[in-house]
Design a protein around this ligand. Structure first.
Ligand code: GLN
Ligand code: ZN
Length: 763
């Protein structure tokens, strides 16, 4: 009787981002298809070998990708939008990348966030869904692992219902009726994949149906049941692991009753609910419980004693032969190994576990389950000592932070005067024209800016020379903004690579990894900061830049900060205390920065919260708590200022009608929202929900290099003014301009100011 361990997916990037470089070289034309395929194969096999060496019993295959696993599903099942051409065979690499990145003749497919984490998938378009099986990639990779390495792998396949639900038809996500209509057309090709795998001798397949965690009505389990019944009957020798992740199952009883051999449950991000289900309803004795016990989207070492106790608890529901230990979700979303962080403080390092270390934890826990903890005592002891050292370290025991937190419940984080009175004081002080113009903060991060930063980082440019360069760039852009005739200026954010990383570098408690890359989309990798200790403010962060910029002009220059929730959502956050607690620590630190900006004469302070909406929990019942915490931390940050200091905020999304109450509750004097791609929708939202503060609905789309015409921007402004009072409205692009080129930026802003003037003339 043995417990085994199983992985759900391994990071694609390579320890030194070999995969990213492979893709980018191919795109540049440095490699031909054959070279690409050879190198991709070598990386694939190396990842499999590594997992075997780390002691993974059931190794996933076909979880690799040349870009994104949803795109792989799209191209395998022939869901190719007509604009890319017609295909009756496996796509060439060039055709495959045309979908992902666009081609000369066809725009790229849409990309969106994978559930509530920072990975972006290609959205399937089921407009003219004639399915076919163009490429049984699951068979190819299953056979490759078997032939080349003798690994009898577990192919990973996105389930048919989730595949459909993640896609759109005629611009809208599929509703239940559309899923019911398309599923029978799609299923025969899934059947073919299953049958070919069964014939090749595969014993297990991991069928991911993450959308199961979003089903609240047991009746809505029907399509999953229909699909599984079909697949099961068609390939009876292929065992199915039905995999769920990112939250608990609301329809637990119905899901564990589905006709499969193993059920994968997330026991980390389930708010304890899956364990409750196991306790109340038990688990079918003929199925395997594939227990996701290791956090697959955070970077912390597990407390092995605690996890071993959880395993013992699970063994009260199933016997040893029916328990698999797994990460809670694919390890795609964590960096590869802490071995490549030689500069990290050893105390922190001991508390970190990236993908490889997580697989080691699983091996140890599996050994403990089978042979007792004594068999791995030294490892368990080391783990306990490491965690104790980190928790006892000064990083996590900052008394000043503790004291400030203790004060929170007694404090009231509201502006002194209500908005109506504040705004009059602000108008008197700022003296802005009607329909004031501004930008969201960043100006183009040109090649020169990036080159200087790189040189400075490598030590080839002195601090003083780098500062002088940044000042010169700010000065140049203050002059440009003045010539453009903008009313509220910005310093341009040239000192920031990234709006979260920058603050992480200046606050305590953050660690910037050397190689902690994770895939964000396609070849794009990011290194989220690791928040491992108490966050404290030690010195001003942005004050010098803002004060310098303000010294160059009599027009107001906005101070520019990133709000606490966005910092949290784009970081790996310590899990020994609650996220809300970390968020409030950040808020208390930023509050001091806000007050320092004000003291230094900055009259407008913008606190960006672009990630508020994308971080919404998967289940609606958790939304309110999340939003309340966001509002609270925003108010901690911003409420300390004088009434005549104007607080701005910026958010990057258009779909905001469902969180309008939150946006109002932030009590920001001015908000700017990204709207230009869906102006109609957002304007109708305003018809339904009156907004009483000042607002800038982005009047042009910055995500494209195209320069919008004066007429187009004028029309956008006029449309907005039909529902928003002219005294409340601001004129701005819909997001920061750091990814744009200078000429197109200047041309677009020139047109924006002209459009504003045209509208003013007609009033
Ligand atoms: N102030 C930031 C900028 O202009 C805001 C970026 C964002 O919203 N993502 O770049
Ligand atoms: Zn934005």
């Amino acid at each position: 009787m043995t417990v085994i361990n199983s992985n759900l997916g391994y990071p694609r990037l390579g320890e030194h981002r070999e995969w990213k470089h492979l893709l980018e070289h191919f795109w540049k034309g440095d490699f031909d298809d054959a070279t690409f395929h050879d190198r991709a194969k070598a990386l694939r096999l190396a990842n499999l070998e590594k997992q075997r060496a780390l002691g993974v019993d059931l190794i996933p295959v076909a979880d690799n990708s040349d870009y994104d696993h949803v795109l792989d599903t799209i191209t395998a099942f022939g869901v190719i939008p007509a604009r890319y051409g017609h295909f009756d065979h496996r796509l060439s690499l060039t055709d495959y990348y045309a979908l992902a990145r666009g081609s000369k003749t066809a725009v790229a497919a849409e990309m969106t966030k994978w559930f509530n984490i920072n990975y972006h998938y290609i959205v399937p378009e089921f407009d003219n869904a004639d399915f076919q099986l163009l490429d049984n990639r699951w068979l190819r990779y299953y056979q490759e692992a078997k032939q080349e390495l003798g690994i009898d792998g577990k192919p990973v396949l996105l389930g048919p219902v989730s595949f459909l639900k993640l896609g759109k038809r005629h611009g809208h996500y599929l509703n239940d009726a559309a899923v019911a209509e398309l599923l029978p057309k799609l299923l025969p090709y899934y059947v073919q994949v299953f049958q070919e795998l069964a014939a090749a001798g595969a014993s297990w397949i991991q069928l991911d149906e993450p959308t199961l965690v979003q089903v609240t009505d047991p009746a809505d389990i029907a399509p999953y049941r229909a699909a599984l019944t079909n697949l099961r009957a068609a390939a009876p020798t292929l065992n199915i692991e039905l995999q769920t992740y990112f939250d608990s199952l609301d329809c637990y009883d119905q899901v564990v009753d589905l006709p499969v051999q193993a059920i994968g449950l997330d026991l980390v991000h389930d708010h304890g609910e899956n364990l409750d289900h196991l306790t109340t309803s038990g688990f079918p004795s003929d199925k395997i419980l594939a227990a996701g016990i290791i956090d697959g989207h955070n970077v912390w070492a597990s407390d092995l004693h605690q996890k071993a106790a959880l395993v013992q608890r699970l063994l009260t529901f199933v016997d040893h032969d029916h328990l698999w230990l797994q990460p809670a979700n694919s390890l795609l979303h964590v960096p590869i190994t802490t071995r490549n962080e030689p500069k990290a403080d050893p105390v922190l390092l001991g508390g970190l576990a990236f993908a490889d270390e997580k697989l080691t934890e699983l091996r140890l826990l599996t050994a403990a389950a089978n042979h007792g903890i004594a068999s791995v005592q030294a490892d368990f002891d080391r783990n306990a000592a490491n965690l104790a050292a980190l928790n006892a370290s000064s990083h996590r025991n900052n008394q000043a932070v503790r004291d400030a937190e203790a004060q929170l419940p007694r404090q009231h984080f509201e502006r002194h005067a209500p908005f109506a009175s504040r705004i009059q004081q602000q108008h008197a002080r700022l003296n802005l024209p009607l329909l004031p113009t501004t930008t969201i903060g960043s100006f183009p991060q040109s090649r020169a800016v990036r080159a200087k930063r790189a040189a400075w980082r490598k030590g080839n440019l002195s601090d003083a020379d780098y500062q002088a360069f940044l000042h010169a760039e700010t000065k140049r852009w203050i002059n440009l903004q003045t010539e453009l005739g903008l009313d509220v200026l910005v310093h341009g954010e040239f000192e920031r690579t990234d709006m979260v990383e920058y603050f992480g570098q200046k606050l305590t408690g953050f660690y910037a990894t050397q190689n902690g890359w994770v895939q964000s989309y396609g070849s794009r990798a990011v290194r989220p900061p690791v928040i491992f200790g108490d966050v404290a403010y030690t010195k001003p962060i942005t004050v010098a830049e803002s004060v310098y910029a303000q010294s160059l002009t009599t027009k107001p220059v906005k101070g520019m900060l990133t709000a606490p929730l966005t910092i949290i959502n784009w970081s790996f956050v310590r899990d020994d205390i609650s996220k809300a607690q970390v968020q409030n620590q950040i808020a208390l630190a930023l509050r001091q920065e806000v007050l320092n900006l004000e003291k230094a004469g900055i009259k407008i302070i913008q606190v960006d919260e672009p990630a508020l909406r994308e971080g919404l929990p998967l289940k609606r019942r958790h939304w309110q708590a999340y939003l309340d915490e966001a509002v609270y931390s925003f108010k901690i940050t911003t409420s300390g200022v004088r009434d005549d200091t104007q607080i701005h905020t910026h958010m990057c999304y258009s779909n905001f009608s469902d969180i309008i109450a939150t946006i109002k509750a932030l009590d920001a004097d001015v908000i700017s929202i990204e709207t230009s791609r869906s102006h109609g929708e957002i304007i109708s939202a305003f018809e339904e929900h009156a907004y009483d503060k000042e607002i800038g609905l982005g009047v042009y789309d910055i995500h494209s290099p195209r320069v919008p015409s004066v007429a187009e921007i004028t029309a956008n402004i006029q449309r907005a003014l039909r529902v928003i009072d002219v005294h409340q409205f601001w004129i701005n692009p819909d997001c920061g301009l750091k990814t744009r080129q200078e000429p197109e930026t200047l041309a677009a802003l020139t047109n924006m100011v002209a459009a504003r003037n045209a509208v003013l003339d007609q009033l």
